[in-house]
Design a protein around this ligand. Structure first.
Ligand code: APR
Ligand code: PHB
Length: 386
C-alpha cells in the first residue's frame, strides 16, 4: 500500500489537511484510531478566528458554517459585579465566529468521503519510520504498513508522532486548576461570550446555537465530576456571573459534561526528516484564549502550502521553513493564552499582593483602549505570517 501523504489522526488538523491536499491534487490517507461516531460527537471548543473561517470557506467547506455559525463582534469581561465590553470589531476590523469544533469535524468527514477520500477509522498507528517513510497501523486485528512520501503527525497530544522526533525540546506549564465544561439545552443568557473573573474562580458563558448554551467553570485539577450534580453546577455558575444589577442566568438540562486539565506545551522542532507535526501533537494551549483549534488550522494551512509547492516544483523551501513559521505563531498564541488564563483565573496560591495586581490588570484592560486593543488583536488572531 502506498500514498503520497500518510496522515495520522482524524481530528480537525488531519481531516482539513487531507481536504486541502485533495484540492491541490495530492493524495493522502487518514488513519484514525477511534470510530467515526466518537470523533463526531466529542465536545471541544468552538471559537473561530476570521482567518480560520476564511480557510474553511476558501476551501469550499464553509457552507454550513456560514449558515449556522454565529458571528461575534465583541466579548464581555465581567468582574467586581459589573460587565465590560471589549469591542473586538471596532478595535480590529475583524470578527470571530462561534461554530463547534465537532461540527467542523462532521463537515470535513462528510466532504472527504463525498470526494472519494480515504479516511480509515479504528486504524491505530503503532510505528512510524520518518526516513523510509512509512507508518504501521492496526485495524480489525491485522497489522498493515502504508508507504508514503511524507507523514503528517496530526494525532493530538497523546499520539505517537511526537515521540518519533528525536532531539526534541519541550516547554510546558501546568496550571493549578481545570475546566468543568457543560453543554445545556437552554437559550444562552447572553449574546456575546462572558469571561468572568470571581474570587470563587473563573467562569465562561459561551454558546452553540439560539437554543444551546456552553458553559465552563474553573475547578481543581483533580476535581471529581461526580461531586458536581446539576444544581451545584448552576448555583456555582450563577454566583460567579452575578452582577450588582441582578443579571440572571437561565438554567436547563445538561446534556454533556467533562473536565479538561489546563496546560501549556510546545514541542520544538515540529519536523523530523519526512515527518511533520501539526496541531495538538505539537502544542497545547489552555482554552481561555480560544486558540487551540485555530492553531491547528494555521499549521495545516502552512503544511498544505509547503507540500503543494514541493509536488508542483520540487522545491523544499517551504517544507524547510515549516517548523519555524508555525512556531512563531504558536509562541504568540502560547503567550496570549497564558496571559488570558492568569488574568482571569483565581490562583489558589496567590497572595494578597498578587490578587491586587491582578485586579489592577483587569481594570487597566477595560479602561485603556490600547490595552483592550492588544487583547482584541490577539483574540481575533494575527496574520498567518508566511
Ligand atoms: N493512530 C491514529 N489516530 C490517533 C492515534 C494513533 N496512534 N493517536 C491519536 N489519534 C487520533 C485521536 O483519536 C484524535 O481523533 O488523532 C486525533 C487527534 O485529534 P485532536 O486531538 O482533535 O487534535 P487536532 O486535530 O490537532 O485538533 C486540535 O483539538 O484538543 C483540541 O483544543 C484542541 O481545538 C484543538 C484541536
Ligand atoms: C467554547 O465555546 O467552547 C469556547 C469559547 C471560548 C473559549 C473557550 C471555549 O475561550
Amino acid at each position: 500500500m502506498r500514498t503520497q501523504v500518510a496522515i495520522i489522526g482524524g481530528g480537525p488538523a488531519g481531516l482539513l489537511l487531507s481536504h486541502l491536499l485533495h484540492r491541490q491534487g495530492i493524495e493522502s490517507v487518514v488513519l484514525e484510531s477511534r470510530d467515526r461516531a466518537y470523533v463526531e460527537q466529542r465536545q471541544r471548543a468552538g471559537m473561530l478566528e476570521q482567518g480560520t473561517t476564511d480557510v474553511l470557506r476558501d476551501g469550499g467547506v464553509g457552507e454550513r458554517l456560514d449558515r449556522e455559525g454565529l458571528v461575534h463582534h465583541g466579548l464581555e469581561l465581567r468582574f467586581g459585579g459589573a460587565g465590560h465590553r471589549v469591542a473586538l470589531t471596532e478595535l480590529t476590523g475583524r470578527t470571530v465566529t462561534v461554530y463547534a469544533q465537532t461540527e467542523i469535524v462532521k463537515d470535513l468527514v462528510a466532504r472527504r468521503l463525498e470526494d472519494g477520500g480515504d479516511v480509515r477509522f479504528e486504524a491505530k498507528v503503532v510505528a512510524i519510520d520518518a526516513a523510509a517513510p512509512s507508518v504501521t497501523y492496526e485495524q480489525g486485528g491485522k497489522t498493515y504498513t502504508l508507504e508514503c512520501d511524507y507523514i503528517a503527525g496530526c494525532d493530538g497530544f497523546h499520539g505517537v508522532s511526537r515521540p518519533a522526533v528525536p532531539d526534541m525540546r519541550t516547554f510546558s506549564r501546568e496550571y493549578p486548576f481545570a475546566w468543568l465544561g457543560v453543554l445545556a439545552d437552554v437559550p444562552p443568557s447572553t449574546d456575546e461570550l462572558i469571561y468572568a473573573h470571581h474570587e470563587r474562580g473563573f467562569a465562561l458563558h459561551s454558546l452553540r446555537s439560539p437554543k444551546v448554551s456552553r458553559l465552563y467553570l474553573q475547578v481543581a485539577p483533580d476535581e471529581d465530576l461526580a461531586a458536581w450534580p446539576d444544581e451545584r453546577i448552576w448555583s456555582e455558575l450563577a454566583a460567579r456571573f452575578a452582577t450588582d444589577d441582578g443579571w440572571e442566568l437561565r438554567e436547563g438540562p445538561i446534556t454533556d459534561r467533562s473536565i479538561t486539565p489546563m496546560r501549556s506545551f510546545v514541542a520544538e522542532p515540529m519536523r523530523h526528516d519526512r515527518l511533520f507535526l501539526a496541531g495538538d501533537a505539537a502544542h497545547i494551549v489552555p482554552p481561555t484564549g480560544a486558540k487551540g483549534l485555530n492553531l491547528a488550522v494555521s499549521d495545516v494551512t502552512l503544511l498544505a502550502e509547503a507540500l503543494t509547492e514541493r509536488y508542483a516544483s520540487g522545491s523544499e523551501t517551504l517544507l524547510d521553513g515549516y517548523s519555524a513559521s508555525c512556531l512563531r505563531r504558536v509562541w504568540r498564541a502560547e503567550h496570549f493564552s497564558y496571559w488570558m488564563t492568569t488574568l482571569l483565573h483565581a490562583d489558589p496560591q496567590a497572595d494578597e499582593f498578587a490578587r491586587r495586581l491582578q485586579r489592577s490588570h483587569l481594570d487597566y484592560v477595560v479602561s485603556s483602549p490600547a490595552a483592550a486593543a492588544s487583547l482584541a488583536e490577539n483574540y481575533v488572531g494575527l496574520p498567518l505570517g508566511r
